[in-house]
Design a protein around this ligand. Structure first.
Ligand code: ATP
Length: 458
């Protein structure tokens, strides 16, 4: 188990998973770019979420709502008044802190009734200086909309994707003819002007959410809530997260967001941080649709044909961060092992194997001809052309075969196909398995079928 993000940050940069945003200008704080392998990993995370949440279910449909929304949405949602973090500044070194985090670090339950903060006597963890009183800091990014300067209006970059779902509840209900219970799922960017971002891509100012809102009759709440908790945890475990690194934590009363009646975090044991929120399952009650009914003047209640009841649906929300999930999968898969990659020249004392679930691995199959020369190169290219129609492949002909295996191991490629001189005669290639290191000779003509079985659902 790693005890810091350092090896992950270094691998991510070296192999092109994740880069600091605007690095040539000195970087933009807490914004990151995904490189060629990172974008594959994150796309695979989103693809597997969409598959589990939409494609595999009859009761959930997808949506892709705009990032920019009517400003009234954020008044109705409570974000204009309530989406704030408690901010304190150090009077000495001027560093900015979140008061709740400082209290938590001292084992004190955060409590922000006036006067309470001072009695805890907290000082700046960096320089020991005195801290200011708490100020509320709204996390929403503001921008202007409109072409004529004096006729612009202030709008917000959405701080969560789910509001796009609530305002489309009626549209989706009518268009899909769904009946309760049913859900709407969406993946998209969200923006928060976090006071203390950090820990690599754990807390950034621009990130991606994968959220699903399940609309229900409140009488079904208990079972529905439990089912979603189970389903979300299972998703992470099925995709390879180690059981001991995942846990549920129920929010205490003082932690609950303004809309939540009950909330559980799914926490992951991040290196150097301990168990921190990876995802959440929230009982949002009828807060969202009631508020949007009130602020928009539209009736967002639901009429149940069978029971003849009319009511505002309650919502059980599942909320996951694509970046935090990608980070958890990345960290969990990272393993340093003793040298294992063939010839001496290629061996290092410690080698990295990224044991990503096959469906998340950026590259599924590497194609490695033993020699750069014809006719091996031609045959290898033909093999790659056949495979790439279905899977992400990578062609690599430079360096010893041991080095090439190691390069693929550290980016998590589950299979390497090696084309050697015998391949020209027996029309077979060697397939190497990342985890077992087992090597098998497979007929070139059967490679497609072979991988179809090995890479099911990938
Ligand atoms: P935290 O307590 O860590 O700030 P939160 O409770 O504010 O998170 P939610 O509002 O429940 O988070 O957002 C749902 C999910 O979105 C989180 O579980 C997380 O995966 C992701 N998320 C939220 N804020 C960030 C961020 N600043 N950077 C990356 N991912 C985030």
């Amino acid at each position: 188990m790693l005890n810091s993000f350092d090896p992950i940050v270094s691998l991510a940069k070296r192999r092109g998973f994740i880069f600091q945003s605007s690095e040539i200008y000195g970087g933009l704080s807490s914004c990151y770019d995904y490189g060629s392998l990172g974008v594959e990993l994150k796309n695979n995370v989103k693809k597997m979420w969409w598959k589990a949440m939409v494609q595999d279910r009859d009761d959930v449909v997808g949506l892709d709502a705009a990032i920019l929304m009517h400003p009234k949405v954020w008044e109705a949602s409570g974000h204009v008044d309530g989406f704030t973090d408690p901010l304190v500044d150090c009077k000495g070194c001027k560093k900015r802190w979140r008061a709740d985090h400082l209290l938590e670090a001292k084992g004190i339950k955060p409590d922000f009734r006036p006067g309470d903060w001072k009695k805890h006597d907290v000082v700046c963890p960096d320089c020991g200086g005195a801290l200011t009183d708490i100020r509320k800091f709204n996390l929403m990014f503001k921008t202007e909309m409109g072409v004529i300067e004096d006729a612009t209006s202030t709008i917000y970059l959405r701080p969560e994707t789910c509001q796009g779902i609530y305002v489309n509840f009626l549209n989706v209900l009518q268009a899909t003819r769904k009946k309760l219970p049913f859900g709407i799922a969406q993946i998209g960017k969200a923006f928060r002007n976090e006071i203390t971002p950090g820990h690599f891509i754990f807390r950034t100012r621009e990130f991606e959410q994968m959220e699903q809102q399940y609309f229900i009759n409140p009488k079904d709440k208990k079972k529905c809530f439990e089912d979603w908790m189970e389903a979300r945890k299972k998703w992470y475990l099925d995709l390879g997260i180690k059981k001991e690194n995942l846990r549920f934590r129920e929010h205490e009363k003082h932690e609950l967001a303004h809309y939540a009646a009950r909330a559980f975090d799914i926490e992951y044991n991040y290196p150097g941080m301990g168990f921190k929120e990876l995802a959440g399952v929230h009982d949002r009650g009828d807060w969202d649709l009631s508020r949007h009914s009130k602020f928009s003047g539209q009736d967002l209640s639901y009429f149940d044909q069978e029971s003849k009841e009319k009511f505002i649906p309650h919502i059980v929300e599942t909320s996951d961060g694509a970046d935090r999930a990608a980070l958890a999968f990345f960290v969990d898969a990272y393993e340093e092992v003793e040298a294992r990659s063939g010839d001496d020249e290629a061996k290092h004392e410690i080698e990295v194997v990224l044991r990503l679930h096959k469906s998340l691995a950026p590259i599924k199959i590497a194609v490695l001809p033993l020699s750069k020369k014809e006719p091996l190169q031609k045959l290898a290219k033909e093999i790659q052309t056949g495979l790439r129609a279905r899977w992400m492949t990578q062609y690599d002909e430079t360096g010893s075969i041991g080095k090439r295996y190691r390069r693929q191991d550290e980016i998590g490629t589950p299979y390497c196909v090696t084309i050697d001189f015998d391949s020209l005669e027996d029309k077979k290639v060697t397939v190497r398995d990342r985890d077992t290191m087992k090597q098998e000779r497979v007929d070139i003509g059967e490679l497609g079928e072979y991988f179809k079985e090995k890479l099911l659902n990938c």
